[in-house]
Design a protein around this ligand. Structure first.
Ligand code: SAM
Ligand code: SF4
Length: 342
C-alpha cells in the first residue's frame, strides 16, 4: 500500500500555543524489575501483553513522528531495557540518526541492565542516558526500589562510562530518605563526571499504602541547603523540558531541578508522550489523550496515524495542574509514571 512520502527535514508540528513539538518520549513497556516506592506498589498489576504495541508497531509510530518533525526520541518505561528484544527497536531507530532524520535517540533507565547493554547502545547510536538513582546507600536503595540492588546499578554505570555514554543521574528527592545525602551525591557525580537532576515527587498513580505527602520534599529547600556548600550558577542550558539548570562551580558538573509542583515550566514544552499501548498524552499532568493503536492496527497506510497525531497536538493543553494537597489526596493523575514514561 502506498505510504505518504515526507521531505527529509520535516518541520515540527506547531501546537496552538506556538510550541514546536520536536521531542517524543516513548514508554516501551510498563513492566519493571524494580518497585520504587514513589512509582508503583509492590503488587503492581501490569497490562495484558496483547494491549502493548509490538516492537514493529513502536518503530512504525516513531517513524511517523519523525516524518512529522520530531528530532529527538527518548525511550523509557517501565524499564525499557527489560522489554524482550528491545535492542532490535533501538538499532532500527538509531539508523534514523545516520540518515539525518533524527538528532538524538536516548533512554531513561534504572541502570539494572546497563552492564549488558551499554556497548550495544553506543553501537546503535545512543550517546547519552539518564539513569535513575536516588541514593548511594545500599540499604536505602533496597528500601526505595524494593527489588533493586545498588551494586548492579553501579556496575551498569561503570560499563556505561566505559562505553563512552554521557550520563545524567536522576534522583527523586524524598523527605527523610535521601534528603541529607544529596550533597554527597553531588560530590560523587562531580567525581564520576555525571550531571545530576533532582526531581520532586509527582502525584501520579496509586502506590499502595505509601503516602506521597510524606515523601514530598520541596526542592526549594534542597537548593538552599546545597547553596551552603556549593556555588550554584544559573545556567543558560535549556532542553525544552521541565528542568532548570545550574553549573556547580566546585564540581564542574551541571545540576538540574525538576519542580512541577512549585514552578510552572510549560511555556517551552516541546514534547508529547506515547504509552506502551499506543496512547498519546499531550501533557504529563493532564488526562486528555489520543489513541494511536487503532489507526496503527487498522491500516498499513500511515495516513490515519498521522492525522490522529496532528489532531492530538492541535489540542495540547497550555499547562498542567499537578497538586499535592490534603483535599485532593496525593494522587491527581490516575495513571502511573511507568505507563506514561517519566
Ligand atoms: N525505569 C526507568 C527509570 O527508573 O529511570 C524509566 C521509567 S521511570 C518511570 C522514569 C523516571 O520517573 C525515574 O527517574 C523515576 O525516578 C521517575 N518517577 C517515577 N515515579 C515518579 C513520581 N511519582 N514522581 C516523580 N518522579 C517519578
Ligand atoms: Fe521501575 Fe523506574 Fe518506576 Fe522505579 S521508577 S519502579 S525503576 S519504572
Amino acid at each position: 500500500m502506498a505510504q505518504i512520502q515526507s521531505p527529509m527535514h520535516s518541520q515540527p508540528i506547531i501546537d496552538p500555543f506556538g510550541r514546536a513539538i520536536s521531542y517524543l518520549r516513548v514508554s516501551v513497556t510498563d513492566r519493571c524489575d524494580f518497585r520504587c516506592v514513589y512509582c508503583m506498589s509492590e503488587n503492581m498489576s501490569f497490562l495484558p501483553k496483547k494491549d502493548l504495541l509490538t516492537l514493529e508497531e513502536l518503530e512504525r509510530v516513531c517513524r511517523v513522528f519523525v516524518d512529522l518533525g520530531v528530532r529527538k526520541l527518548r525511550l523509557t518505561g517501565g524499564e525499557p531495557l527489560v522489554r524482550r528484544n528491545v535492542m532490535e527497536l533501538i538499532n532500527n531507530l538509531g539508523k534514523l540518526i545516520g540518515q539525518g532524520k533524527l538528532d538524538e535517540l536516548t533512554l531513561t533507565t534504572n541502570g539494572s541492565q546497563l552492564a549488558r547493554f551499554a556497548a550495544p547502545l553506543v553501537a546503535a547510536g545512543v550517546r547519552r542516558v539518564n539513569v535513575s538513582l536516588d541514593t548511594l546507600d545500599p540499604e536505602k536503595f533496597k528500601t526505595i526500589t524494593r527489588w533493586g540492588r545498588l551494586e548492579q546499578v553501579l556496575e551498569g554505570l561503570e560499563a556505561a562510562k566505559h562505553a563512552g555514554l554521557s550520563i545524567k543521574i536522576n534522583a527523586v528527592a524524598l523527605k527523610g530518605v535521601n534528603e541529607h545525602e544529596i550533597d554527597r551525591m553531588l560530590d560523587w557525580c562531580g567525581n564520576e563526571g555525571f550531571d545530576l537532576t533532582l526531581i520532586e515527587v509527582m502525584p501520579m498513580g496509586d502506590i499502595g499504602g505509601e503516602d506521597r505527602l510524606e515523601q514530598y520534599l520541596p526542592l526549594s529547600l534542597v537548593r538552599s541547603r546545597l547553596q551552603k556548600r556549593f556555588t550554584l550558577e544559573e545556567s543558560s542550558h535549556r532542553t525544552g523540558g521541565p528542568a532548570r539548570y545550574f553549573d556547580i562551580k566546585e564540581t564542574g558538573q551541571r545540576l538540574g531541578f525538576i519542580t512541577p509542583l512549585t514552578h510552572n515550566f510549560c511555556e517551552d514544552c516541546n514534547r508529547v508522550r506515547l504509552t506502551c499501548t499506543g496512547t498519546l498524552f499531550m501533557c504529563l499532568g493532564q488526562d486528555d489523550d489520543a489513541d494511536l493503536r487503532e489507526p496503527l492496527r487498522s491500516s498499513e497506510d500511515d495516513h490515519a496515524v498521522k492525522q490522529a497525531i496532528q489532531n492530538a497536538i492541535a489540542r495540547k493543553p497550555k499547562g498542567h495542574d499537578f497538586v499535592i494537597d490534603r483535599r485532593q489526596g496525593a494522587q491527581s493523575v490516575g495513571r502511573h509514571m511507568s505507563v506514561t514514561g517519566g
